[in-house]
Design a protein. Sequence first.
Length: 381
Amino acid sequence: MLYKYITHNEELEDCINNLKDVNAIAIDLEFDKNRYAYGFNLCLVQIFTGEDCFLIDPRSKDIDIQKLFPSLENNNTQKIVFAFGEDLRLLHSLGCFPKNFFDIAMAAKLLNHPPGSLGALLEEVLDIKVNKSSQNSNWLKRPLTDKQLDYAALDVVYLPKLKEAIVKEAIEEGKLDWINEENAAFDKLSYAGVENNNFIKKKDKNGMTEFEWHLFKGLLILREEIAEKTGRPSYHIADKDFLKEMALHPNKNNGLANKKGNRTPIRFGEFKTQLKQLIQECETLNLSETEPVNKRLSREESTKLQTKRNMAERQKNQYFKPIQKEIIENQGEHAATLILGNRVIASIIAGETEELKNYQIELIKENAKKLKLDLSLFFPE
């Protein structure tokens, strides 16, 4: 596989000059998200112009990756990508906001190709088999191996040819306008300011008392602080389930540490000290050891919520399930998940229709008319 591996600013400048006069580039990123190190880390940028393949190493000390950003933000250059959602999150977090995408994964779904990897689609559409054995390798480790670099290059060099085949299929099926609408919506996404290390989940509170949750949350925060300071992923510092056990059984921590199968946290002493402080805070804040942190709804609130859920379920079954069935029959089950999947149905019933594309609304209304269903409640004229 021929490519140019770029580790110096002079080489990057040559690459940037090469990108000035191209109408489209294929692009992909390799990154690490709390797997081998703390945080969301850019490891490699792969770009294919149709002639040249550039593998740009942002981990090199002799490169300033921000010099590349204006080229990526050039709206006159289309970016051919495959399932670029997480990649876009990372670029936005770095202050780079590219537009003008053609997402092959989304287009393939609208054309009813089964969901899967780039390798699977390449084999299905172009009969090209690629080796994906380096996909989950450590992209932070230097030097990168020839095998990793070959894999990275293959992630972009076939994208223009694959896009060409997908566009041809879309034209034949009359779906190119649908795909263009979806890509235009992709351009409007913004992950600026979004927390990429969201280590506390809503579900973590489930079944916990006020007292237990305060302890657990405090231990998770300490784990995150240690992870950030040491540059190690959070799960290397302490197992989340172990910290939960510490919070649920604060007087049995030594027993937990000695229990077979339990992985004692790194710097365990800091967690025990933190736990003592958190217990004192609970006393100061008068947090209950019996009251659940997720407050129970009153009978009136519970009845109101259940009534709302029942109404939504009836509307779903009465109006949208029949339409969904028609779309599956006409467009295919994979395309239907994007056009009128269950999440889309829930949004419509909730009155959140602003993110629907025109082609979706037209398809939904056409099928409703065919089935003699009145959707004026959801789509007022």
